[in-house]
Write a protein that binds this ligand. Structure first.
Ligand code: MN
Length: 417
């Protein structure tokens, strides 16, 4: 029984920016997208991959820069030499436009770039049918999944598409280009849906397989978690899938507000590490962490003694990180703010006012309306409810600031902590 090895990667965004969370990583960040593509090629070589599926946003823009074009051509040449067939289904960032980069791309013997007309390619030897199509604009509104030609009888169908499934978990808002419904994919004639667009790798179904490749390299701290590609094996009609972490820079986003029991900095580091998901990668990765430490902590004095950047430098070094963005604005002493709010002193009055604003939606709404016009453009752009949430966060930070600056208590001067 012959086995077909398939590599699925999407949203390479070649030519697009990657934010370096540390000045020392600037050069590496600039190279990380091209480098992740090199790793993809090397993985294909090591695994003897037969098919490479690239469902869109291969380029970050319809007119990609020279470096991005050269990087892709080099990869395609390498795949051609290996005898791998490559299928590209352009997405919303790199749509197929007349006279654009895809129309003029040099043909290769194993290369299929799907165009604005749905198309199926028969691979008779493997018994496969690979179907796909391109976004024809930067705002594709059609459900392309329903336009793909079904596999002929006796062929296993693989669909390659850049599409938005509304029900799939995604970070924040995602533009609903080429909307598709999972239910339609599940009842359709394809054995595999190789999807691009959402940057979180995910398996939406194992039968048929519905997979988002995720992006190959996160663009910034907001694109946290493992980024890489799926390796699939197709043998006798059954498919298996394994995710391989490839991104040269891996971003992590960790919030810890459960710090009360931690009495030593080493225990704090261990608690943070617990939340840093880091699957093994065949290649070295720099790990960059956005860390928010919040709430009451017996370590508040130690962490507040130095400048925050010095605390961040020590944690970064201890944890072997490439970059660390540390937010301790909501860290506070292990005091009871409710009890303190009853006191008639400055701290008590301040805490009482903050608590009032936190508990009374009317007061918060009034504050939001009063401030809306005079805020920074970043906050003026927000919807009223988003601005209220932002203000609520500020109140939380203000409470921590008041506790840190005005609290006189603690066992060392006879006040109960
Ligand atoms: Mn996209």
């Amino acid at each position: 029984m012959s086995t077909t090895r398939i590599l699925l990667a999407a949203d390479l965004h070649l030519g697009g920016p990657v934010a370096a969370p540390d000045a020392a990583l600037t050069a590496q960040a600039a190279q990380s997208r091209a480098q992740s593509l090199e790793r993809l090629v090397e993985l294909s070589r090591r695994q003897g991959v037969d098919l490479v599926l690239l469902p869109g946003d291969v380029f970050h823009a319809p007119d990609p820069p020279l470096g991005a074009v050269l990087a892709l051509q080099k990869a395609l040449d390498a795949w051609e030499q290996m005898g791998a067939r490559v299928f590209i289904a352009p997405g919303n960032h790199d749509p197929w436009l007349p006279g654009g980069v895809w129309e003029s791309w040099p043909a290769g013997p194993g290369l299929t770039i799907f165009g604005p007309q749905a198309q199926g390619v028969e691979l008779a030897e493997e018994g496969l049918w690979v179907a796909g199509m391109a976004h024809a604009s930067e705002r594709e509104s059609r459900d392309l999944s329903q336009l793909l030609p079904p596999p002929p009888p006796g062929r296993t169908g693989l669909a390659v598409l850049h599409a938005n499934i509304a029900s799939a978990p995604k970070p924040g808002d995602h533009e609903p280009y080429a909307p598709a419904s999972l239910q339609n994919l599940l009842t359709g004639p394809f054995a595999l849906w190789a999807l691009g667009h959402i940057h979180i790798p995910q398996e939406l179904s194992p039968h048929p397989w519905v997979l988002y490749a995720g992006t190959l390299q996160g663009a910034h701290m907001g694109e946290s978690g493992p980024k890489g590609a799926w390796l699939l094996e197709l043998a006798g009609g059954s498919l298996s899938a394994e995710f391989v972490s490839l991104a040269p820079l891996m971003f992590h986003d960790v919030v810890r507000d459960d710090l009360m029991g931690l009495e030593s900095p080493a225990a704090l580091v261990a608690r943070v590490r617990e939340k840093m998901e880091a699957p093994a990668s065949p290649w070295p990765q720099e790990h960059c962490l956005r860390l928010k430490l919040a709430g009451p902590s017996p370590l508040w004095r130690m962490l507040g003694r130095e400048e925050p950047q010095d605390v961040a430098a020590s944690l970064k070094r201890e944890m072997g990180l490439g970059g660390l963005v540390l937010d301790m604005n909501s860290l506070c002493p292990p005091a009871d703010p409710e009890a303190l709010a009853a006191r008639p002193d400055v701290l008590g009055r301040t805490l009482a006012l903050i608590a009032q604003a936190q508990e009374d939606p009317e007061l918060l709404a009034a504050l939001e309306r009063e401030l809306a016009g005079s805020l920074h453009p970043d906050q003026r752009r927000l919807l009223p409810e988003e601005r209220r949430a932002w203000l609520a966060g500020l109140l939380e930070e203000g409470r921590a600031l008041a506790l840190r600056g005005l609290w006189q208590g603690g066992p060392e001067n006879g006040d109960a902590a």
